[in-house]
Design a protein around this ligand. Structure first.
Ligand code: ZN
Length: 135
């Protein structure tokens, strides 16, 4: 397993605009990118803290996984993302260790990263994202 760092922490919000009043206005962080991820039906906003980022996730449709998450659990921490080297091999390795995959193959996420999710059922309740920068 080759995990480098926490790439970002994903937070489900009702409104990015409202949330930025806290993250920018109170905490003094800077939002440097807002991006639509169409296949996930979410709008994402990124703020950087050292090497790690906060990813704010706002649903753009009632069908969005984020809308469903907020309906069930309310707003708050949604997932944790680890930066890995060799995302395909890592997926094979975690699956061999009995971890249930949501994505058996990496797909493109925000910021052009290759991403794949592990099911929270087999990670102690934490939705876990693996990501790798591949240009
Ligand atoms: Zn993420």
């Amino acid at each position: 397993m080759n995990i480098n760092k926490i790439e970002h922490i994903g937070i489900a919000v009702k409104s990015i605009e409202e949330s930025l009043k806290y993250y920018e206005g109170v905490l003094g962080l800077k939002c440097y990118a807002i991006e639509d991820v169409k296949d996930q039906k979410v709008k994402t906003a990124f703020l950087k803290i050292g090497e790690t980022k906060i990813e704010l996730l706002e649903a753009t449709s009632n069908e969005s996984p984020i809308a469903k998450f907020i309906e069930k659990k309310g707003t708050g921490v949604h997932h944790i993302a680890f930066a890995v080297n060799g995302i395909e091999e890592t997926l094979v390795a975690v699956e061999k260790n009995g971890i249930q995959l949501i994505d058996s193959k990496p797909r493109k996420g925000a910021e052009g990263l290759d991403i794949a999710f592990l099911h929270p059922k087999s990670t102690g309740g934490v939705l876990t994202e693996l990501c790798e920068k591949n240009d």
